[in-house]
Design a protein around this ligand. Structure first.
Ligand code: ADP
Ligand code: MG
Length: 646
């Protein structure tokens, strides 16, 4: 880019795509373009103040740091000016001509999920601009939702070359940059937007004022609309707690997060030791997807004596508290600290420790005083919070705050903690038993849980893959250990009496037992190397059979996870355990005694195995399974018809 003359440049493809969507989709909440332009102006002022605090001297040093919005109705012109850091010609091209690739991709992905499928024109069906703009480094372009032409005049605050440049575009295919007049502005940036007819509302002062109050009330710099100041909110986090109203917290939260909902909870901290800081931290009332879209969208805004040092700083909270939104402000940090050295800063680590402690205190109190609210917190943020099992010094406290569904609860939505589990357990139990399953029904049908039901021993139901890592990571809680039910040794529950009447069936005679052993051998022969062994089970009550892992170490859900990770689609070779008291096995024994090589016996063994595999969560050859079942049905149907003399 040369310094003089007019240069016209095509927008990059991804910018064109985004612009096209912004100008042609009918958005609700178009007013957020003001939020974006004001926040850019505020960022520019923040950057300038940061440099000044470091000792750098800007041009026009006496200009106040402020944002001016002016309306010219006749020209249909809206102007947003700041006296901030400004942009050179290169920066104009770089910042207003491209989008970080990841930003535009995520924007488009989000749009897909937000857009109505049938293009219906009801107001409620229009995509909401507030939710999709501003998150992906495309905030500036939102001005084209309302403008047919935009001019950005800018003059850098630092550097040898502080010439004025003008960026112009109609938001279609291209933009141009040319040198502007020396006297056009003293410092900073002016955005001029010529509004489309359908956006004339933003030429009304009250309309602009309400939008600015709505979205930008807490901007740390004066915002002047046609000469008079419209924002006057104090830095709430520095106010004494008792003087802040609930509505003020909510308003601040909304401008901070763009969340339309009120926060679920607020922590307002004022700390003097071991480090001085004030913090305003919010627990949102909506969930974020920290394992997808929002992977990097967390952190706490860091201020030093009301000067913004860094947005979304990730050193002040551990990842498992990523659901927290808010700001901290400290007097102990030099204003001229470089963002690079922030990371090694001991101070931030201390702030981190205090925030962890205070947040855990807060959650413990909530869990004790307002269970319902705590469970709401857990349902929204438990997924990320449970990763706190990593936090060794605080492990025990995090563990106490975990919530699970379990066999002792009445339905799939109910939750309880480890302490409640311990309180319900019979004398002598020192283990938290758990089973992984996709849902409650599957957990209850898991054959491994049967004898726990008979003995009345509670089993925790883990519905998320990460839960098993949490259990293994915790190792122990209050001296109790965690074990998956499928790894329970045969005598694990022998100390506990039956809670449920069990039909035992007639015991097998000596001779029948010998025959049963031979039946097991025959079944093994039929299944070949698909099983490691066929043996009598000590864990079954209702089910005829179950698959168990040979070494008893890895749970089948963990094994599945590893297989997925290694793209291994082979079936695991396990031990088939059968319930010798089950009527099916008793009948099979009779068939075996009549003829060890009976074809029906073979078919039944196949289906029994297939069913066990299915219950273990594997289905690899549905055709083979269906054909075995059909053969079996054909045989039994003909026999049954015979019996019914149909
Ligand atoms: P984001 O603010 O998320 O980076 P935007 O699309 O809002 O994305 O702005 C893109 C970039 O353009 C900003 O990062 C900033 O570098 C630059 N920019 C926009 N407005 C201004 C301004 N008023 N003063 C200085 N730089 C600006
Ligand atoms: Mg922006």
């Amino acid at each position: 880019m040369t310094q003089s003359g007019k240069q016209t440049q095509e927008f990059r493809a991804e910018v064109r795509k985004v612009l096209n969507i912004l100008t042609h989709s009918l958005y609700t909440n178009r007013e957020i373009f003001l939020r974006e332009l004001v926040s850019n102006a505020s960022d520019a002022l923040d950057k300038l103040r940061f440099r000044i605090n470091r000792g750098d001297k800007p041009i026009a040093p006496d200009l106040p740091l402020e944002i001016r919005i002016d309306i010219d109705k006749d020209k249909k012109l809206l102007t947003i000016a700041d006296t901030g850091i400004g942009m050179s010609a290169e920066e104009l091209a770089e910042n207003l001509g491209t989008i970080a690739k990841s930003g535009s991709e995520e924007f488009l992905a989000q749009l897909d999920s937000a857009a109505p499928a049938d293009g219906g024109d009801a107001e409620a069906d229009k995509p909401d601009a507030a939710n999709i703009v501003g998150r992906f480094g495309i905030g500036f372009y939102s001005v084209f939702m309302v403008a047919e032409k935009v001019e950005v005049v800018s003059r850098p605050a630092f550097g040898d070359n502080s010439a004025v440049h003008v960026w112009t575009s109609d938001g279609l295919g291209a933009y141009s940059i040319e040198t502007g007049e020396e006297g056009a502005l003293q410092r900073g940036t002016v955005v001029r937007a010529w509004l489309r007819d359908d956006a004339a509302e933003f030429l009304e002062k009250f309309r602009v004022e309400s939008a600015v109050r709505n979205h930008s009330a807490f901007m740390p710099f004066p915002i002047l609309l046609d000469g008079s100041r419209v924002n006057s909110e104090p830095a709430l986090w520095l106010e004494p707690k008792f003087s802040v109203k609930k509505e003020q917290y909510a308003a601040f939260y909304k401008t901070l997060t763009y969340d339309a909902k009120e926060p679920l909870d607020v922590l307002h901290l004022s700390v003097d030791a071991p480090v001085q800081f004030n913090a305003l931290l919010f627990i949102p009332d909506s969930a974020q997807d920290f394992f997808g879209m929002d992977r990097d969208f967390w952190g706490i805004d860091l201020y030093a004596r009301r000067v913004l040092i860094q947005r979304r700083n990730k050193d002040m909270i551990p990842e498992y508290l990523a659901f927290l939104k808010g700001v901290t402000d400290t007097e102990d940090l030099p204003l001229n600290i470089s963002r690079e050295t922030l990371q090694e800063n001991v101070l931030l680590r201390k702030i981190n420790q205090v925030i962890v402690k205070q947040t855990l205190n807060h959650l413990e109190k909530l869990a004790g005083n307002d269970q319902e609210k705590y469970l709401r917190f857990w349902r929204l943020h438990g997924k990320i919070f449970k990763l706190g099992y990593h936090d060794f010094p605080n492990r025990e406290r995090v563990a106490a705050l975990l919530r699970f569904n379990s066999s002792a609860l009445n339905d799939g939505d109910a939750l309880s903690g480890l302490d409640e589990y311990m309180a319900r357990a019979p004398e002598g139990q020192k283990t938290f038993w758990y089973v992984s399953a996709p849902n409650r029904e599957a957990a209850r049908l898991n054959p491994h849980t049967e004898r726990f039901r008979v003995k009345g021993i509670e089993v925790l139901y883990l519905y998320e893959p990460v839960d098993e890592f949490v259990m293994e990571g915790l190792g122990k809680y209050k001296e109790w250990d965690f074990k998956p039910v499928e790894n329970a040794p045969d005598d694990a529950l022998s100390a506990f009496g039956d809670k449920q009447e069990q039909p035992q069936g007639t015991p097998l005679s000596e001779e029948e037992r010998e025959q049963f052993t031979l039946l097991l051998e025959r079944m093994r022969e039929i299944l070949g190397d698909r099983v490691k062994e066929v043996r009598i089970s000590g864990r079954l009550e209702d089910s005829p059979s179950v698959l168990v892992s040979p070494d008893g170490s890895m749970t089948s859900s963990m094994e599945k996870l590893l297989k997925v990770m290694h793209k291994d689609d082979t079936l695991p070779v396990k031990i088939l355990e059968v319930n010798q008291a089950h009527p099916l096995l008793r009948s099979m024994l009779r068939i075996f005694r009549a003829d060890p090589r009976d074809a029906m016996l073979e078919l039944m063994t196949q289906v029994l195995f297939d069913a066990s595999l299915l219950l273990d969560g594997f289905i690899k050859e549905p055709q083979a399974l269906a054909s075995h079942v059909n053969d079996l049905l054909t045989e039994t149907a003909s026999l049954y018809a015979e019996v019914r003399k149909a």
